[in-house]
Design a protein around this ligand. Structure first.
Ligand code: ZN
Length: 237
């Protein structure tokens, strides 16, 4: 079975559309959260993800749409985007966001937005944070998003390392695997990032897809969202 694993769409419709066209015949799709926030097309992205009944987790931006405490952690620009997003969504979509699970598992793989230790909010950006979370996996594998940085935290010898290269890698635990961000990559590559989990081969393939960034930038500007959210798409940061 081939399962596409996406995360951090962040209301970037052209990026989501491009990634979906790149799937090439998948049996299922898993979305690790942050469908909204930052971008100018929350309705189209949310309705698309929801309409397909993909297994979708809650991200911190999704949570912030319905939880003032979560919104309190956001910087002013990101909070402004959330407030605008909430105005667009309406009750029914907000109810859907509120009901998204924080964590689950599929075929023995743990699924969270942020980290096993703190499923919605913790950033796994360095090897010491990764080490603490790898311990909790008891030899297993976890798919997570949140940092918008694709790659694998795993143990080599006595050290935790971070590896990222396009193409397939084998799923050997303990490992934290991040497919990167569809709608706002931050590893200096502007291409939409995601992965394909091949459950038969036990592998995960990292992919990048170019998309219409001008259209995504236009949506952000038309919505009156911070200009920085448009510019950063060109730099992959
Ligand atoms: Zn995110």
């Amino acid at each position: 079975m081939r399962i596409a694993v996406i995360s951090d769409v962040h209301a970037n419709w052209p990026a989501l559309e491009a990634v979906v066209s790149d799937f090439g015949g998948v049996d299922d799709v898993i979305c690790l959260g942050d469908v909204v926030g930052y971008g100018g097309d929350p309705l189209r992205c949310l309705d698309y993800v929801r309409g397909r009944s993909w297994l979708t987790l809650t991200g911190n931006h999704d949570r912030a749409c319905t939880d003032p405490d979560a919104l309190g952690w956001f910087n002013e620009e990101a909070a402004r985007a959330i407030r605008w997003t909430v105005e667009q969504l309406g009750h029914d979509r907000l109810r859907w966001l509120r009901a998204l699970p924080e964590q689950t598992s599929r075929l023995g793989i743990r699924l969270v937005h942020a980290s096993p230790r703190n499923p919605v909010f913790e950033y796994v950006l360095d090897t010491s944070t990764a080490a603490a979370n790898l311990k909790l996996l008891l030899g297993g594998v976890c798919f997570h998003g949140h940092t918008h940085l694709p790659g694998v935290f795993q143990i080599e010898g006595r050290h935790v390392v971070h590896n990222y290269r396009l193409g397939a890698t084998s799923l050997a635990g303990p490992a934290l695997i991040n497919p990167g961000s569809v709608g706002q990559p931050r590893d200096h590559d502007p291409g939409a990032s995601y992965g394909i989990w091949n459950t038969t081969e036990g592998s995960f393939e990292f992919r990048r897809v170019p998309y219409d960034r001008e259209a995504a930038k236009r949506s952000i500007r038309q919505a009156g969202l911070p200009e920085r959210f448009a510019i950063r798409l060109d730099f992959g940061y």
